[in-house]
Design a protein around this ligand. Structure first.
Ligand code: BTN
Length: 267
């Protein structure tokens, strides 16, 4: 597939007609070519074994999604915890631009911590449009894997809480792959430039502005099945979510730092 706009942005762009998981394919490529440059992008619209966060499966049948993996040689190790959040903002902002180009700017997009990109549907409820799986390589490089639901119809959606770009666009037009990919890469690489320049304040401002979790009542399902509820109050210096629980009975209000887990928005 020809992807001229995206090609201009990436250090190297590799299109595969089909692969198991783009994260796995990029990891193998880096193992074979240790000099593979930062901002190499590997992309397909057909994954046979897509992987999601927390060991889950990510369904990506032929032609219905875009699966993108990006190699980031980490030049700012202190910011590594922010990379998944930065990716969430880049996808939110890039897809908002695509929707605007298709006269669907009325759709609100937000990022559920750490990086699910949600879109407001017709009924006002938020549904998942894109998910991100970031994985670290032994040398500290990071592979950011982005899955975007592009062409699913309502009947084809992988879960009841998903949506797709085409469902959000009036008259069901499907945006071109190059337009979607370039819109996301443009924002991502601009934010990574800020990381590499040490502009932590800009990163924190962008991620905070894009978050639909901060300031809301949430339930966090933590690894090991612990559950906590409270207000998502802020992010720590390394991108973890702070949840402030309410005082109840003998228990005092407390701040719990969540570095990994699933968040539910309660209202
Ligand atoms: C999630 O929401 O659980 C994360 C989904 C991440 C899916 C993407 S698709 C591109 C990359 N390759 C994979 O196997 N997974 C990620």
């Amino acid at each position: 597939m020809q992807l001229p706009r995206s090609q201009d942005l990436a250090a190297e762009l590799i299109w595969l007609d089909e692969t198991t998981s783009t994260n796995d394919a990029l990891r193998e490529l880096v193992a074979q070519n240790p000099e593979q440059p930062s901002r190499t992008v590997l992309v397909t619209d057909s994954q046979t074994s897509g992987r999601g966060r927390l060991g889950r499966e990510w369904l990506a049948p032929p032609g219905k999604t875009l699966a993108i993996s990006i190699l980031l040689r980490n030049r700012a190790p202190q910011s590594v915890g922010w990379l998944p959040l930065i990716a969430g903002s880049a996808v939110r902002r890039g897809l908002a631009q695509v929707l605007e180009d298709f006269n669907s700017a009325g759709v609100a997009l937000g990022v559920k911590w750490p990086n699910d990109v949600l879109a407001s549907g017709e009924s006002g409820e938020y549904r998942k449009l894109a998910g991100i799986l970031s994985e670290m390589l032994p040398d500290g490089s990071v592979i950011v894997g982005i899955g975007i639901n592009i062409g699913f119809t309502a009947a084809e959606l992988p879960t009841e809480t998903s949506t797709s770009l085409t469902m959000l666009i009036a008259d069901d037009r499907v945006p071109e792959t190059d337009a979607v990919l370039a819109a996301v890469l443009e924002v991502l690489f601009e934010l990574l430039d800020a990381v590499e320049e040490g502009d932590q304040q800009r990163i924190a401002d962008v991620v905070t502005a894009d978050s639909s979790t901060l300031g809301t009542q949430v339930r966090a399902l933590l690894p090991g099945d612990a559950v906590i509820e409270g207000i998502a109050t802020r992010l720590t210096g390394d991108g973890a979510l702070v949840i402030t629980t309410q005082a109840s009975g003998e228990g005092e209000a407390a701040e719990v730092v969540v570095a990994a887990g699933d968040i539910e928005h309660l209202r």
